[in-house]
Design a protein around this ligand. Sequence first.
Ligand SMILES: [Zn+2]
Length: 386
Amino acid sequence: MKYLGILFIFLFAFAIFVTFTVIAEGDIENILNTADEQNGLLNPDETDNIQVFKNYIIKENEFAEPENFINSKTSEYFKYSEYSGENTKNIEKQIIISVYDAKTNEIESIDLNEYLCGVVFSEMPSSFEIEALKAQAVAARSFCVYKMLCSTDAIREEHHGADICNDYTHCKDYISYENACEKYSEEYILPLWEKIKNAVWDTENEIITYESEPAITVFHAISGKETESAENVWGNAVPYLVSVPSEEENNKNEIRNYITESIYNADEFKDILISNGFSLRADFSKNESVWVTNIKLNSSGRVDTVDICGKTVTGRRLREIFALRSTDFTLEYKNQAFIFTVIGYGHGVGMSQYGANLMAKEGKNYKEILLWYYTGVEINQAGKFF
Ligand SMILES: [Zn+2]
């Protein structure tokens, strides 16, 4: 009976540990705060929420009934005369997205393109090349359309019925023009906003599709030599989110914080691991120099797993625990310290924002950039889906 009790306690503790580990792994979207980037500060970290991603990837085959759009010919921005063929009959629509404000608990309905200005402004430095901003606008629009059409009931419930929320740990960062002006002054914001607006309106209605369905176009800030596959990060293979070469390594001097370092002494290193539930089965009694062994890389060259004190931990989990900017790192013990040397920023899946900017500088246009980073996709008209 006594042993049964001990077994029960052990299983309970193990279940809590496993639950914690699973929740903490994986990530979905990278956030790069425009103004902070220009001031030299990046957001401290991006979201790690494997469930949000899975909810989208493992979706129903049938699209949910779209709820939030209106037919409109009133907006001067909606001139579709340039489109031809079968696309023309459906696209003369203004698309309205409903946004749940996580801070005020309110839902606001906003014209999709207007909303996208606030998203692109928040997600990519406005100092970037116009073609990179246009690629970002199309990627963000596709992401929004995907959320509007392919959300599960669970996700919709989390948004209190809205299509998307402004919590960057869950959906997309967003700031309205008014709030941006309030925060930074209109003088500063106006020219930047104009540039973003051009990127959004020049690509109006364009989204990325795969096999004629809206694609979930995740993106990140900086890759190393190549991007990461969705399968390596979230465990779900997505045909258009596979690893492709990216330009950053050859231009690393142009990218601030391309390489970052995190240094811990042995006590700090151990304490951080233990405070993150690492004590189970890990044996810290040996000399520090042999704590870290067997660093295995995955197919894109990022860290798959590492053995620490006899316990195997994933690169993603270490990234989370030590707030590393990516899983593209080395970990060595030198001069009585554990040193992480990290390349890039973000989960690495989909379009690299800095890579897109480098391609734009080389003269590539936004379509070439998108078709490079999202394998086998098409550029399509969003209006077809509403
Ligand atoms: Zn959300």
